[in-house]
Design a protein around this ligand. Structure first.
Ligand code: 2M8
Length: 436
């Protein structure tokens, strides 16, 4: 993004950020971090490629190329692509997922930012010709990925995609999922035997999801494999079906990037424009809750809004689908004690959850801490709506958090303090992107 390229204090840390990515480079992809995450994750790869776009485009292309080489025949881009050389340290791995044709992937997807990442790789490329070749190679795969979502995950053709597992949101144990997950009564269902592998990796248990969350995550995976990953059957039986405001906002913006790529390649943009319009409208018309006065996710099973003030309510700014009055309203909510007041007191950046909520946690994973990827997207959204100064504050906080507390997975929203994994790839990649 280049806003801080003259900010000397941060510059010396650029090398450290690059070292983080280097240490996580596995030869064909970048693991999110050593220990907890040895394999390739879907949206991590997009953020990581955005970082590489600034200084190592070839590697960014390889990163995305490997992810899409594992795309399913139906177009789904899996949420994890496993590395057969590093099996045994993570749960669940392919033996548990049991995906069709013995695929070495998970059986879920994640928020798509890959057109955005490809476009950035192209814009920053010095060698426009080979970059164009990369775009031409990726375009049909990206298109298939979006087509899969609209074909299989939008039963009522509302322009809104459902997720069927919290892992698909990327925000695993966000308080938003408590209600829909609660529909899975652990006394009534049978959960296959399993062993968590995330609790012996040096991250405090209080910073990770609870066992009851994992039981439900596992229940859902077991359901999918019993149904042989047949989406129509899953749609009928899955207790967790949510039109996530975060996922749909990201998809909406990715449609814009995909459309631009189509334009650059002289391809038809009609289908993509239609997706973009439908999802914009879906977000505006269906995912705005007048009762709560905010954008919310919609629970398709219970047929009602979730009631969980997460930072995802601001993501329509990133999608670019609201008018200026609504953007001012969203900004007002963001600029409040609930969400840090854009750095009032000791707060750092935008935490993932309303800080005044009873079940808010400063340290637990997706239940309150600050995540740099979310702040990176919100900074973009703020800038697009003319909140330049505030978007700069967020970007500066991204840099400051990383410099003061390391390239951590997430940060305590009061004290900053780094939490979760150390040497976390997307934190390093987005630091590079903000600085370069
Ligand atoms: C976390 O999720 C994985 C499951 O996908 C896990 O906890 O094992 C989330 O933070 C997710 O957003 C992220 O992509 C992944 C790898 O960094 O870790």
């Amino acid at each position: 993004m280049g806003f801080f390229s003259t900010s000397r204090p941060f510059e010396k840390h650029l090398g450290q950020a690059k070292e983080v990515l280097e240490s996580n480079w596995m030869g064909s992809y970048t693991r999110p971090a050593n220990g907890l995450y040895p394999h390739q994750w879907n949206w991590d790869s997009a953020f990581i490629a955005l970082g590489y776009a600034n200084y190592l485009p070839q590697r960014g292309r390889r990163e995305l190329g490997r992810l899409f080489a594992a795309q399913w025949p139906n177009g789904m881009v899996p949420h994890i692509v496993f590395n057969p050389d590093y099996l045994g340290g993570y749960f669940p791995e392919p033996d548990f997922w049991q995906c069709p044709q013995g695929r070495q992937t998970s059986g879920l997807t994640m928020p798509p930012l890959h057109a955005e990442a490809c476009l950035r790789l192209h814009r920053l490329a010095h060698d426009q010709e080979s970059s164009r070749g990369f775009l031409a190679e990726m375009f049909p795969k990206l298109l298939q990925g979006h087509r899969y979502l609209y074909r299989e995950r939008d039963p009522e053709r509302e322009g809104l995609i459902y997720i069927r597992h919290p892992w698909e949101s990327g925000r695993d144990n966000a308080p938003a999922w408590d209600a829909p997950l609660g529909a899975i009564d652990l006394n009534q269902v049978s959960i296959p035997a399993y062993q968590r592998r995330d609790l012996d990796k040096g991250v405090d248990q209080e910073q990770r999801p609870a066992d009851e969350d994992y039981d439900r995550y596992v229940y859902l995976v077991d359901l999918f494999r019993r149904l042989d990953y047949d989406e129509a059957a899953i749609q009928k039986e899955c207790p967790f079906l949510v039109q996530d405001i975060g996922f749909n906002s990201i998809l909406c913006r990715d449609n814009r990037a995909l459309k631009e790529i189509a334009g650059l390649l002289g391809k038809d943009q009609g289908e993509i424009e239609e997706w973009y319009q439908q999802t914009s409208k879906g977000i505006r018309d269906k995912l705005w809750s007048e009762d709560y006065g905010r954008f919310e996710s919609f629970d398709l099973r219970a047929q009602k809004f979730l009631d969980s003030p997460t930072a995802m309510g601001f993501m329509p700014l990133y999608a670019g689908v609201v008018d200026s009055a609504k953007s001012a309203q969203l900004f007002g909510q963001m600029d409040s004690v609930s969400f840090c007041g854009l750095r009032q007191g000791n707060c750092f950046a935008i935490p993932d959850y309303d800080m005044t909520a009873e079940d808010y946690s400063e340290v637990n994973y997706w239940r309150g801490p600050v995540w740099l990827n979310i702040n990176w997207m919100l900074a973009q959204g703020l800038e697009d709506y003319g909140y330049y100064f505030e978007s700069q504050i967020l970007r500066k906080d991204i840099l400051e958090l990383a410099v003061r507390f390391g390239f951590r997975e997430y940060y305590d929203s009061h004290k900053g303090l780094g939490l979760g994994s150390k040497q976390f790839s997307w934190s390093a990649a987005l630091f590079i992107d903000v600085l370069e």
